[in-house]
Design a protein around this ligand. Sequence first.
Ligand SMILES: C[S@@+](CC[C@H](N)C(=O)[O-])C[C@H]1O[C@@H](n2cnc3c(N)ncnc32)[C@H](O)[C@@H]1O
Length: 181
Amino acid sequence: MRVASITPSSNALAALITSEINPQTTPVIELGPGTGVFTRALLARGVPPERLLLVERGAEFATMLEQRFPGVGVLAMDASDLGRVELFDGEPAKAVISGLPFLSMPTRQIMGVLDGCFAHLDQDGMFYQFTYGARCPVPRIILERLGLKAVRIGRTFSNFPPAAVYRIRRRPMRRLYAVGS
Ligand SMILES: C[S@@+](CC[C@H](N)C(=O)[O-])C[C@H]1O[C@@H](n2cnc3c(N)ncnc32)[C@H](O)[C@@H]1O
C-alpha cells in the first residue's frame, strides 16, 4: 500500500518519462525511485551521477539505491518536505522526474510536493509525472493555485497497467504593456 504499485515500471515507461532529459537538463531530482527503474534510464541518458538526487521515503529502498547507484545523492525523506531543505548548493534544478503514487495521495500532500519542487526548479524547469489514470493526476485546483500548466507528452501500452506521462510547468507570465509607451 505504501508503494502503490504491484510491479516496478517497465523500461518503456522509463524511456517515456525521461525522454526530454539530457546532460543539459540538469540537475535532476527524482521522487519515489523505488528500485531505480527511472534512475537507470536517467543515467543512461547522460545525467552525471553527481547531478542527480533521489528522494525516497522508504528506508529500505533508500539504502538499496545508495548501494546500486554509487555517486548519486539519496535523501531518505518525504518528498512533500522538500521545500524545507537546500539542494545542489542552491543551484536551481532543471527537471523533476516523479514516480510518486499521486492517485493514492491526499490533495494536501500533492500540493506540498509540487510547491516544494517548484521552489527548487528554475523558471523554465519541468516536472514529469506518470499516471495510470485517464487524466492528469494533479487536481485542477492545485494547478491553478500554483500557477502551473500540465500537458500529456505520451502514453505507453507496454507497461502494466498502461500509463501516461504529463509535463507540468509554470504558466507563462502575461506581459503588461504601459499605455502610451
Ligand atoms: C509506485 S512506486 C514507483 C517506483 C518506481 N519509480 C517505479 O516507477 O517503478 C512509488 C515509490 O514512491 C515512494 N514514495 C511514496 N510516497 C512518497 C513520498 N511522500 N516521498 C518520497 N517517496 C515516496 C515509495 O516508497 C515507492 O518507492
